[in-house]
Design a protein around this ligand. Sequence first.
Ligand code: NAD
Length: 352
Amino acid sequence: MGNRIYNVVIIGYGGMGSYHVQLIESNQQLAVGGVYDIVDYRMELAAAAGYKTYASLDAVLADQAVDIVLIATPNDVHKEIAIQALQAGKHVICEKPVTITSADFLDIVEVAKKENRVFTVHQNRRWDEDFRIIKDIIGNKTVGELFQLESRVQGANGIPGDWRQLKAYGGGMLLDWGVHLLDQLLQITDSKIESVAATLSYILGTEVDDGFTSFIEFKDGLKAVIEVGTTNYVKLPRWYIKGTEGTAVIRDWDLSGEIVTRNPDVAHVEPKPIQAGQGLTKTMAPPSEESTLKFPIEKIPAAAESFYENFVSTIEGKAEIAIKSEEVHRVLVLIETIFEAGATKSVIRRTI
Ligand code: NAD
């Protein structure tokens, strides 16, 4: 670890901006250099918390003491702030979804390259423990060859806040939570996507989607269901994955769940028929205990490097950025394809 301390100024001191303060302060090489928000009340809160407040974005960008600009505003203004900050010579971290369209994102990437500054997107859920456990289960082939994956987040509280309900601000659940789940999905396989089908939900009557279900097929045969809901009073599991040798489930953020696999040491034992409603079934009976193995979901060690540690190492030329532009772009193209599939009610066959 180097000795230099980098000053980070937070643009947009709302829910996420004020959370970033904690992440920044826990890194020895980063300091919160100040805050800028267009709403006076948010600036008062920042000042009360002891942070320097800037009178304008221009004032932040003109300050030579500012090394990094962190953008935590609503989605519609990410692009203009990012480009101005890069052109002012700052490194930039932008909240997700980085932009509302994939074309807008490429404009930022071009400026970052020209200005030779580090630009990345806070896809923090790549560090989520549930995701890292699932990735390990898949990578270690604990359930054999993966052929089906279901990843969901569901709540019953509708779309929170104000701007998230408005299209002009880049609202809606596909851009909000979808961007996380799709980013995680694309980290799970190297295979290209072959086709996308989707249905978006407008139950709440907002102009943006309050959830969606997408069906994504990869060239290697993996089929994924990615789903976000805000009208689910009862939730389905966070993760459900099937492989040739078993099934794993993680039910919730508390990591409750289990892995059940075929027992390789025991020849198949016929299950006993069970009463199912008004009939008997062997097909839908649980597999016999003798022929299966059951494992708990084990916690895993923290990732070697956090998001911010990686960002600092990248600035210092000691590491490659964890969240790469090509990856961010691919997720945005996938989001656009899901919108298109939903609007046209068709299966889009496209290599992504
Ligand atoms: P929020 O509404 O709570 O906060 C946004 C803040 O930005 C507000 O204080 C608002 O006054 C300010 N603002 C608006 N326009 C501005 C401008 N032009 N210049 C300066 N300040 C401006 O929203 P939020 O929930 O904090 O979301 C902010 C961003 O963070 C969004 O992009 C969102 O998607 C993202 N986010 C990411 C995560 C994550 O886990 N990575 C979680 C929540 C939100």
